[in-house]
Design a protein around this ligand. Structure first.
Ligand code: F6P
Length: 324
């Protein structure tokens, strides 16, 4: 019975602590020693590893961020550093690793697994972007969306009081999940996501048409990134075409990554953490624990990395109809 290690890697996400708590307590309950690894793969390479007790995870379920801290390790891309990481695991007799993170974290895990097959690896999907195949929701997405919804509600007060057009940029990297879900929940007039092509002329016409029917303010949610152009660029182009309109932009930025996790994120994270340990105990390996239709599912880690999770077309269609 070898020991279990746990790390958080990539962008932090609210709910990571709830997952760590579940992993630590389920491991101890089942008589297994559990080791925390600081700063993701960076700490694994540096040997920043410590034995965890049940009390180490007291009073963290409600906290955002990650008590294990996180990093995007460039070193882990190199074979020689992965070898160092392996040696550090062996020195603590760690035979199983639970990695909590997103796409990049899982890619690193697959590479490591191919080189060191004796280490069992389980992935827990955690990123505010919700862009991982094989799970309906990733840890952190729900909290990030609620943060956006609250912020945009406030921005709308100003937009309607001053008859302004507000472009609000949200995170998501290459995926439009945060923009689409929050845009619908905020009743946004337009939602620009990487999954659909942005037509600036249509956007301008829509703003003008709304003005004619006395709808003088608009909230336009813009997913970050090159595909949409981002809120700054798009708002500038629109301003050039509509110089008489009052146009503003807001970039919500990292407030979306922080804050106390919602009930949904705490629950999902606890379930995934608990099942990750149970899976290891029965000898499962190289899988991601996901949640689909509110049921725990397990898929090969490589499938989660290689497949693309497309946004629901029905939501896109609905978005256009509800915004008329
Ligand atoms: O993957 C989570 C995320 O917040 C993305 O939405 C965003 O593009 C990126 O991380 C920002 O990364 P960083 O905090 O390293 O600037």
């Amino acid at each position: 019975m070898k020991n279990i290690g746990v790390l958080t890697s990539g962008g932090d996400a609210p709910g990571m602590n709830a997952a760590i708590r579940a992993i630590v307590r389920t491991s101890i309950y089942n008589g297994r020693d559990i080791y925390g690894i600081y700063e993701g793969y960076h700490g694994l390479i540096e040997g920043d590893i410590f034995k965890m007790q049940a009390s180490d995870v007291s009073n963290i379920i409600q906290r955002g961020g990650t008590i294990l801290r996180s990093a995007r390790s460039q070193k882990f891309l190199e074979k020689k550093h992965r070898q160092k990481a392996y040696k550090n695991l062996c020195s603590k007799d760690i035979g199983s690793l639970i990695v909590i993170g997103g796409d990049g974290t899982f890619k690193g895990a697959c590479e490591f697994k191919n080189e060191y097959p004796d280490i069992n690896i389980i992935g827990i999907p955690s990123t505010i972007d919700n862009d991982l195949y094989g799970t309906d929701y990733t840890i952190g997405f729900d909290t990030a969306c609620n943060t956006v919804v609250e912020a945009v509600d406030k921005i709308r007060d100003t937009a309607s009081s001053h008859s302004r057009i507000f472009f609000v940029e949200v995170m998501g990297r290459d995926a439009g999940y945060i923009a689409l879900y929050t845009g619908i929940a905020n009743g946004a007039e337009e939602i620009l996501i990487p999954e659909t092509k942005t037509n600036i002329d249509d956007l301008v016409d829509n703003i003008k048409n709304r003005w004619r029917i006395n709808k003088k303010s608009s909230i336009i949610i813009v997913a970050e990134g090159e595909e949409t152009g981002g809120a700054v660029k798009v708002s500038q182009i629109v301003k050039e075409k509509l110089p008489d309109y009052e146009i503003r932009y807001t970039i919500l930025g990292h407030i979306q990554r922080g804050g106390n996790p919602t009930m949904r994120d705490r629950l999902n994270a606890s379930r995934m953490g608990y099942h990750a340990v149970k899976s290891l105990i029965i000898g499962e390996d190289k899988i991601m624990i996901g949640i689909m239709n509110d049921q725990i599912v397990k898929i090969p880690l490589e499938r989660a990395v290689k497949n693309f999770k497309a946004v629901d077309k029905d939501l896109i269609e609905m978005m256009y109809i509800l915004a008329i």
